[in-house]
Design a protein around this ligand. Structure first.
Ligand code: NAP
Length: 251
């Protein structure tokens, strides 16, 4: 259980982030849900509160540092501290081969998937250092280490996120702060709808029924915030394997 812990979750308006918000709240954590779609965030907060939990919504575009810093500040203002940060916001659109890719849109994916994670680390780490504790979970992907056609923006940014996880671990493990990546495998969210409609590369050929539900990575993220997961600090933990799933309690 995560009773009285506080967490900021980016990209919490749908998919894995939404499921994580529900999971953390169900385990007793106080949750700041952050994303651009304020109406969806307000709905999620209402559901959490109705179920007896504690949550608030902060409109936030992770490509803007000040907006991420504001979400982190709001967590401390509302709940007195920030125990956990889940850098989950991410996108894969538009999927395109390099020669057809649009430089501005390619750059936008860097701003969200890579700079967004840096912004979270930059905003939360000094506060966690002051507290002497904290866990940051960066949502990774098999794409961090594997190349796929049409996904150059996604693979390159997820590789960058894995590198950020390792660098942050080197700098902050001595202060009692854990930074860990989480690679979920393929998950039945809107992102997989986009991937399927692209028709590019083998992942697009999978059926929605081939993917795990978002509640699985949500449980893994919550588990990574517990001391039971400390051996994975500075690495990407995966729930693609039976061993990973067993540790989280999924099987
Ligand atoms: P999703 O259903 O498309 O949700 C993406 C979330 O990111 C939404 O809440 C969206 O909210 C938010 N987001 C996008 N751009 C943002 C921005 N500029 N600022 C703030 N929030 C932003 O995707 P998902 O599958 O849940 O993906 C969540 C994470 O898991 C991503 O990092 C993704 O790369 C990773 N992942 C997914 C899979 C998979 O198979 N689905 C596999 C491996 C890793 P707004 O639009 O409201 O801002």
């Amino acid at each position: 259980m995560l009773t009285n812990k506080s967490v900021v979750i980016t990209g919490a308006s749908r998919g894995i982030g939404e499921a994580a918000a529900i999971e953390f709240a169900a385990q007793g954590a106080k949750v700041v849900v952050a994303a651009r779609s304020k109406n969806s965030l307000d709905d999620i907060v209402a559901r959490i509160v109705e179920a007896g939990g504690t949550a608030c919504a902060v409109e936030c575009d992770v490509s803007e540092y000040e907006e991420v810093a504001n979400a982190v500040t709001e967590c401390v203002a509302q709940y007195g501290k920030i125990d956990f940060l889940v850098n989950n916001a991410g996108l894969i659109d538009p999927i395109a081969r390099l020669e057809e890719s649009d430089p501005n849109q390619w750059g936008n994916v860097v701003d969200v998937n890579l700079k967004g994670v840096y912004h979270g680390l930059r905003a939360a780490l000094p506060l966690m250092k002051e507290q002497g504790s904290g866990v940051i979970v960066n949502i990774s992907s098999g794409a961090a280490t594997g190349a796929l056609e049409g996904w150059s923006h996604y693979c390159a940014t997820k590789a960058g996120v894995l590198s950020l996880t390792k660098c942050a671990h080197k700098e902050f493990s001595e202060f009692g702060i854990r930074i860990v990546g989480m690679s979920p495998g393929t998950v039945a969210t809107d992102m997989q709808v986009s991937i399927k409609s692209s028709g590019i590369n083998p992942v697009s050929q999978l059926e929605m029924s081939d993917h795990i539900p978002p509640e699985w990575p949500a449980k893994a993220i919550a588990w990574l915030c517990t001391d039971a997961a400390s051996e994975y600090s500075g690495t990407d933990f995966s729930i693609k394997t039976d061993e990973g799933r067993r540790q989280v309690g999924l099987i």
